[in-house]
Ligand binder design. Structure first.
Ligand code: BES
Ligand code: MN
Ligand code: ZN
Length: 512
């Protein structure tokens, strides 16, 4: 695993394989970002011209490798684009994360590298550390052949004496968050023949012991005894029985209790309402919400935040078989409501309903659920933005504010009352599907029925951003992305510190 340290040594004298510098888009071509000064001197003032001749503009995502001149210990200088040059103040944290991520990926195969990027504030140092660590990720657990390069081993963030202490704090926090985001990514990338509800629960138990968290696993027998008809109904067609896992962190001085609920369908075939070819081979990702909740609780505990957080992972495999739930069946949910299953492929909301009711019993101040819930959400917002729905506009804004500052793209969506009647069932209290148009909102309306009145609740539909199908970019790898982990951690941190949404870093209107 890649590690990060902080140093005040001059970049040119470090015995590393490469030095990373920042190049930004100036009004008349590329300009060097603060941090690159000593490296630029070693090039005798010719560095900007060399970069210009190589076609470097300083745009985001750009990266070039140069052989080092005399006077630089490292063999290679790697210039990475930061986007528009910033004259006063600091570079945007997300630009720094993206640039550091691009750099770290280009450093694969090397042992050690130093990052001489503009880190004037603690936030900037943390952004560089986190972007680099997240960008260095590669999922290689299942490769036995091939020549995939190992991620860069050791990264050193260079800072001046003034920024040293805060950079260290930032690097430590980044180390914690990256470890847990990567835990989430690993789980999402793990194929469903190895990640079953049972093996997922075993992993949570092991981490719970390591981190001293309370873990409670309800197996299929306990779920039957407890009348969790939703989770059982979805899981009953599979040879791998379902689980409901509780993982709880508490702080002695906590004033707030948060509940996170995650959709953990370890594989979604659609069930009897089977998905067609082209849609079913991508469905190991359907436990991304549960993985995000698990990782976020783990990170919050490692950060020692002054808050109580309980994660609820609704784990099941949605398979067709002779014992599977049929379209038309009625399930008796945890808490007693009945649900007519019109489409067994709308299974996420069914397992979440049980978990939401169970989470609500503990009277948390707020509940946030995270789920790869609907294809409609991908149609609406694309593959990089998650939708946020809520029963309380202030709480929804709080979640969106946390997402923005954590560097995750999120956008608010409504829960229109007029769509609710489309979920009316001829035989049961509610049906699991309704109007197809606005399908993501209809799913949100279904979930809302299982949230206790008066409890703040937000629903994050991460069906788009949970899994990245294209080539890696910035600090986002192919495959599992760790979507929502950083938002949940930021939200917990805000609530623990009683931070209210502000507009301290406004972005262009209409951008996330
Ligand atoms: N897990 C899927 C949603 C999904 C699709 C997530 C693609 C990620 C990528 C979910 O269980 C599902 O199948 N939803 C259906 C609901 C419909 C039957 C009402 C959908 O969105 O098509
Ligand atoms: Mn489904
Ligand atoms: Zn699903």
């Amino acid at each position: 695993m890649t590690t990060v340290t902080v140093s005040t040594s001059p970049a040119v004298s470090l015995r590393v394989d490469a030095i990373v510098i920042g190049v930004a888009k100036g009004p008349q071509g590329p300009v060097l970002a603060p941090g690159a000064e000593t490296v630029a001197e070693a090039f005798d003032g010719a560095l900007v011209e060399i970069l210009g001749r190589l076609g470097v503009s300083g745009a985001e995502g750009e990266v070039v490798k140069l052989p080092s001149p005399d006077g630089v210990e490292a063999g290679v200088v790697l210039a990475v684009g930061l986007g528009e040059a910033v004259n006063s103040g600091a570079y945007d944290a997300e630009n720094l994360r993206e640039a550091a991520g691009v750099a770290a990926r280009s450093l694969a195969g090397m042992g050690k590298a130093a990052l001489a990027l503009p880190v004037e504030t603690a936030e900037a140092a943390q952004a560089v550390a986190l972007g680099a660590l997240l960008g260095a990720y590669a999922f290689t657990a299942y490769r036995t052949i091939g020549n995939a390069k190992a991620p860069v081993g050791e990264l050193t963030i260079l800072t001046d004496h003034r920024g040293h202490t805060s950079a260290k704090v930032g690097a430590q926090r980044a180390t914690v968050i990256h470890r847990e985001v990567n835990r989430c990514r690993d789980l999402v990338n793990m194929p469903a023949n190895d990640l079953t509800p049972e093996s997922f629960a075993v992993t949570v138990r092991a981490v719970g012991e390591e981190y001293r968290l309370e873990v409670e696993v309800l197996d299929d027998k306990a779920l039957t005894e407890g009348s969790f008809g939703g989770i059982l109904g979805v899981g009953q067609g599979s040879a791998n029985p379902p689980r409901l896992v509780k993982i709880a962190y508490s702080h002695p001085e906590a004033q707030t209790n948060l509940a996170f609920v995650g959709k953990g369908i370890t594989y979604d075939s659609g069930g009897i309402s089977l998905k067609p070819v082209g849609f079913n081979e991508i469905m190991k990702r359907d436990m991304s919400g549960a993985a995000a909740v698990f990782a976020a609780v783990a990170a919050i505990s490692r950060l020692g935040l002054r808050i109580n957080v309980t994660g609820w992972l609704a784990l099941a495999e949605n398979m067709p078989s002779g014992s599977a739930t049929r379209p038309g069946d009625v399930l008796r949910m945890y808490g007693g409501k009945t649900v007519e299953v019109l489409n067994t492929d709308a299974e996420g909301r069914v397992v979440l309903a049980d978990a939401l009711v169970r989470a609500g019993e503990e009277k948390p101040d707020a509940i946030v659920d995270v789920a790869t819930l609907t294809a409609a959400m991908r149609m609406a917002l694309g593959n990089r933005i998650f939708g946020v729905m809520s029963n309380n506009d202030d709480f929804r804004n709080r979640v969106l504010d946390a997402a923005r500052r954590a560097g995750e793209q999120a956008w608010p969506l409504p829960l229109p009352a007029q769509l609710r009647k489309s979920l009316n069932s001829r035989v049961a209290d509610i049906a699991n599907t309704g109007e197809r148009m606005g399908g993501g909102l209809v799913a949100g309306l279904f979930l809302r029925e299982f949230v206790p009145d008066g409890t703040d609740w937000a629903h994050l539909d991460i069906a788009g951003p949970a899994f990245h199908e294209g080539a890696s970019y910035g600090y986002t790898p192919e495959g599992g992305t760790g979507s929502a982990v950083r938002t949940l951690v930021q939200l917990a941190e805000d609530i623990a510190g009683d931070r209210r949404p502000t507009d301290d870093h406004p972005r262009r209107t209409g951008t996330v």
